[in-house]
Design a protein around this ligand. Structure first.
Ligand SMILES: Nc1ncnc2c1ncn2[C@@H]1O[C@H](COP(=O)(O)OP(=O)(O)OP(=O)(O)O)[C@@H](O)[C@H]1O
Ligand SMILES: [Mg+2]
Length: 170
């Protein structure tokens, strides 16, 4: 972050690039993202498809601000979508909490998906590729586990489900 970022300008694409790099640098030093400082957690209430898109986008922005590559940020955004979609599908509502992580050794991102829905009857089974109680592909949770570095799930029947995931840079 101590270095300056140079963006040669000769086209519209460069303008977009400069804009994005400026935004990422601003977020990285703690300027606000839609009113929320990067140091703070970002909470996205989840109860509709629109909220899923919102959580996905916010996660992507934080991932970029933390310094993940565009490709890695997209994978993190995909993991967030899957967790948010499960909330809408199985619990109707809940929240996604996104937090930039600093240190150890060079930062990362934490995502918590929480709901007070019906809970998961058999967590081991739910983490298996192809297991679904809704006739879907059953790849969401195992996919998220593969995409992220740390994965914790806590679920109680009739109490709800909390999934906590982290990804570290490299
Ligand atoms: N938040 C949740 N609350 C209750 N049950 C859940 C929750 N998330 C997942 N599950 C249960 O775990 C199963 C596996 O979830 P997973 O996301 O892997 O697959 P899916 O949602 O069925 O299919 P896909 O995500 O591939 O569309 C679900 O079918 C559902 O029974
Ligand atoms: Mg799913």
């Amino acid at each position: 972050m101590e270095q300056e970022i140079r963006v040669p300008i000769s086209s519209d694409k460069n303008i977009a690039d400069a804009r994005q790099k400026g935004r990422s640098a601003a977020l990285a030093v703690g300027f606000s993202l839609g009113g929320t400082a990067l140091e703070q957690e970002i909470r996205v209430p989840i109860s509709s498809d629109k909220d899923i898109v919102d959580a996905r986008q916010k996660g992507r922005s934080v991932a970029l601000a933390v310094g993940f590559s565009a490709g890695a940020a997209t994978l993190i955004a995909t993991a967030i979508s899957e967790l948010a979609r499960n909330i809408v599908s199985y619990a109707k509502s809940g929240e996604i909490i996104i937090q930039a992580l600093h240190g150890s050794p060079q930062g990362g991102i934490q995502v918590i998906a929480r709901d007070q829905g019906p809970g998961i009857h058999d967590i081991k089974q739910a983490l298996r590729d192809g297991f679904s109680t809704s006739g879907s592909l059953g790849l969401g949770l195992p996919g998220v586990k593969r995409l992220m570095d740390e994965f914790q799930i806590d679920s109680r029947e009739n109490r709800g489900t909390t999934v906590m995931v982290k990804k570290w840079k490299q």
